[in-house]
Design a protein around this ligand. Structure first.
Ligand code: ADP
Length: 447
């Protein structure tokens, strides 16, 4: 087991990882920018190292500084959290070259999944159902027209190097195709330095359902069930739940089994998420994230298993603490992402939190790094906390969520709490009846 883990992240996820390390009796080092000197993870860590000025590229993305911090403090492993360097294959390789364990998969696995065309090809080879579309990159208009006609309109053009919902263009008919292909490719080149794009069928009313998987480091794979993250705005998840209100036990076991086998065949090690669109009873792979997800706590709530503990165990060579048959699903969990944003326009609202009071009671978990008097720096993403609620079934979970949202107080800044208070009272949400476009339509109607 590791003696000392360096946490290369900030905010709620840095605190989340720190808690797991403390429970396992592992020393913690955190790195931080000058803007985060007062952050909670810095206060609670055993050691902290300031690695640079506020902009991420000079601090949380600065590989040299982070490796230096490991060497200075004698950390033997790094947990990257999510975002920042968590899916950076070069970072994983550099750490390995310094004999520091990257708590995550190998650089090669990150590389395969970071290239969407390669990822889709690999998924297909492993027997995972994919969205019908081009086999690889498409550059030529004539070829694009042929493929689009074959799969049928509407189609979506996606950047191979895309991420964060960027670099996607929909073509409703052949008339839109030329412009869509050109703009997607130009945008991808500008945003990601790689203009490769591919075509797939645009699914009109899908749900976003993702499967939590783990490779144990010994060639075995397991799944921890699914999460439904269909409530999104601008392709950003807002509300996540487990299990999905749309799946039954057979569908869960079938897709989970396919994913666990794929992970084993790939020889993958650590936590991963295989993301699908789901429509008319069919799953369509869109991408795999090779890291811990923001929404992992809903899976922890229904399985009772600490996924960060498992990540650390696997990375240290100790395997998983559970086998597939030990993973049982109990009740229902919902996570609301509390962002420092205007609840209608979603524009960021940094500033000082004058008063912060979190709900409590049975089935309530709040993961947050903020506190009363905390000044939110304007440099990073707007997530200030996550409210995770668990109940024996979805109805109980929703009742408890409504009560918890009423208790939650964040003064001094705008947050997305009012949006969630509206959503818990909505009939479609109560019925679990929503797709990936539902929230956009709802917000547009309310404006
Ligand atoms: P990113 O890596 O940028 O998040 P994804 O491939 O995961 O990109 O897609 C993000 C979101 O875009 C999906 O959750 C879905 O809302 C939408 N999307 C992607 N592919 C399709 C598709 N073929 N049809 C319809 N919507 C899609």
């Amino acid at each position: 087991m590791f003696q000392k883990i360096l946490i290369a992240n900030r905010g709620e996820i840095a605190l989340r990882v720190l808690r797991a390390c403390k429970e396992l009796g592992i020393q913690t080092v955190v790195v931080h920018s000058t803007a985060d000197a007062d952050a909670m993870h810095v206060r609670l860590a055993d050691e902290s190292v300031c690695i640079g000025p506020p902009p991420s590229r000079d601090s949380y993305l600065n590989i040299h500084q982070i490796v230096a911090a490991c060497e200075i403090t004698g950390a033997d492993a790094v947990h990257p959290g999510y975002g920042f360097l968590s899916e950076n294959a070069k970072f994983a390789d550099i750490l390995a070259a310094h004999n520091i364990t990257f708590i995550g998969p190998s650089g090669d696995h990150i590389r395969i999944m970071g290239d969407k065309i390669e990822a889709k090809r690999t998924a297909k080879r492993l027997g995972i159902p994919v969205v019908p579309g081009s086999d690889g990159a498409v550059t030529d208009q004539k070829e694009a027209r042929r493929i689009a006609a074959e799969i049928g309109y509407p189609v979506i053009i996606k950047a191979s190097a895309g991420g964060g919902g960027r670099g996607m263009k929909v073509a409703l008919t052949e008339a839109d195709l030329e412009v869509a292909l050109q703009t997607a490719s130009t945008e991808a080149g500008a945003a990601f330095g790689d203009d490769a794009v591919y075509i797939e069928k645009y699914l009109e009313k899908p749900r976003h359902i993702e499967v939590q998987v783990f490779g144990d480091g010994f060639g075995r794979g397991v799944h921890f069930g699914e999460r439904d993250c269909s409530l999104q705005r601008r392709h950003q998840k807002v509300w996540e739940e487990a299990p999905s209100p749309a799946l039954n036990a057979e569908e869960r076991a079938r897709i989970g089994g396919i994913c666990a086998k794929a992970i084993a065949d790939l020889g993958y090690s650590g936590a991963g998420t295989i993301e699908f669109l789901y429509e008319n009873g069919e799953f369509y792979f869109i991408e795999m994230n090779t890291r811990l997800q923001v929404e992992h706590p809903v899976t922890e709530a229904i399985t009772g298993i600490d996924l960060v503990h498992e990540q650390i165990r696997v990375a240290s060579g100790g395997g998983l603490s559970v086998k597939q048959e030990d993973i049982k699903f109990n009740g229902h969990a919902i996570e609301c992402r509390i962002n420092a944003e205007d609840p209608r326009t979603f524009t960021p609202s940094p500033g000082t939190i004058t008063h912060f009071h979190t709900p409590g009671g049975l089935g309530i978990r709040v993961d947050s790094g903020v506190y009363s008097g905390y000044k939110i720096p304007p440099y990073y993403d707007s997530l200030i906390g996550k409210l995770i609620v668990h109940g024996r079934n979805r109805v109980e979970c929703m009742m408890r969520l409504r009560r918890a949202l009423d208790e939650f107080v964040v003064d001094g800044i705008k947050t997305t709490l009012p949006l969630f208070r509206d959503l818990v009272g909505n009939a479609d949400i109560a019925n679990g009846d929503y797709d990936i476009h539902w929230l956009e339509k709802y917000v547009a109607k309310e404006e």
